[in-house]
Design a protein around this ligand. Structure first.
Ligand code: NAD
Length: 298
């Protein structure tokens, strides 16, 4: 597999993912909108590109890790974008969470230039990115997926081929339905416990050993009881995903009534000025309603 990788988008997720590729011995050309993470990656051994086009021209595989669909469209299809710089045969793996319909559009545009596009969104959060243990769900042509697996294995532990272009994105949206509803359920349960006078830490301990246990409860429960809502994954980004989910659900004629309610709760969090908090902060709205807080007394 090729050694020259271009990495575009060095945020909470992209920076540690790029670092892991450097550590694994790949040659990295990077570009991001803000300068500080570029400088950090330069110190780690990456070469800085002046534009997505320049990064793409120097790479055999290009990875994008950007906030949303318009960002990926601009970086890949726009002026000075990836497709202006790529050679035929380049693999383009977009690992952002975006609309699967946009992923399909990018796949078609790339194909016209002989570029092989994969949609490969991830789950596992910042911790999973740092430790290289993300779950990566991939859509696109199966032989392209096979060629990219060694690179995905540097960043993730569970790598799953889901089907044609867009299939990775639909899988990620299904993932985000479960996470958003689960965090809201945890918020309701812990708030109920708080009002009943239960110790939140013991409540989490009791719940996590039974049917109510989940990765969300294990990862977020202890943070919630400390009142630590530093992201992680922001309310704003999960609200973006809830919009993508409802858009896809309407296109496919799938009613998602519970997700729709949770989307409104996330909207309310943003109205309250809590969009930059971790998505587990959905509990704060429920606590406001109940007049009780699920915090461990220190
Ligand atoms: P982030 O906002 O921290 O990082 C995005 C990066 O992209 C920033 O460095 C920004 O400067 C850069 N960027 C934005 N527009 C750009 C442009 N036009 N050109 C170049 N760079 C540009 O976001 P993140 O948390 O790293 O998330 C990235 C993607 O991964 C999102 O789609 C998100 O939904 C998804 N995701 C995030 C997490 C998480 O826990 N944070 C987990 C799974 C998936």
């Amino acid at each position: 597999m090729s050694k020259k990788i271009g990495f575009i988008g060095l945020g909470i997720m992209g920076k540690p993912m790029a670092r892991n590729l450097l550590k694994a011995g790949y040659t990295l050309n990077v570009y991001s909108r803000s300068q500080p993470p570029m400088e950090e990656l330069k110190r780690d051994g990456a070469t800085l590109g002046a534009s997505p086009k320049e990064v793409a021209a120097a790479s055999e595989v290009v990875i994008t890790m950007l906030p949303n669909s318009p960002d990926v469209e601009a970086v890949v299809l726009g002026a000075n974008g990836v497709l202006e710089g790529t050679k035929s045969g380049t693999i383009l793996a977009d690992m952002s969470t975006i609309s699967p319909l946009v992923s399909q559009k990018i796949y078609e545009a790339a194909k016209k230039k002989g570029v092989k596009a994969l949609d490969a969104p991830v789950s596992g959060g910042e911790k999973g990115a740092i430790e290289g243990i993300l779950s990566i769900m991939v859509g696109g042509d199966s032989e392209v997926y096979e060629a990219a697996v060694p690179i995905f294995q540097v960043m993730g532990k569970t790598i799953t081929y889901m089907g044609p272009a867009g299939a990775g994105g639909f899988t990620k949206l299904a993932n985000q339905v479960i996470v958003a509803i689960n965090l809201t359920a945890i918020g309701e349960a812990l708030t109920l416990g708080a009002k009943a006078g239960l110790d939140p830490q013991r409540l989490i301990q009791a719940l996590s050993g039974g049917m109510a246990g989940s990765r969300c409860l294990d990862m977020k429960g202890p943070q919630i009881t400390k009142g630590n809502f530093q992201p992680g994954f922001t309310v704003d980004l999960h609200y973006k995903d809830l919009g993508l989910i409802m858009e896809a659900a309407r296109a496919l004629q799938v009613p998602l009534p519970t997700t729709a309610v949770v989307q409104e709760l996330f909207s309310a969090l943003r109205v309250k000025g809590r969009g930059a908090l971790d998505h587990s902060a959905v509990i704060t709205l429920l606590e406001d309603l109940a007049g009780a807080k699920a915090r461990t007394k220190s």
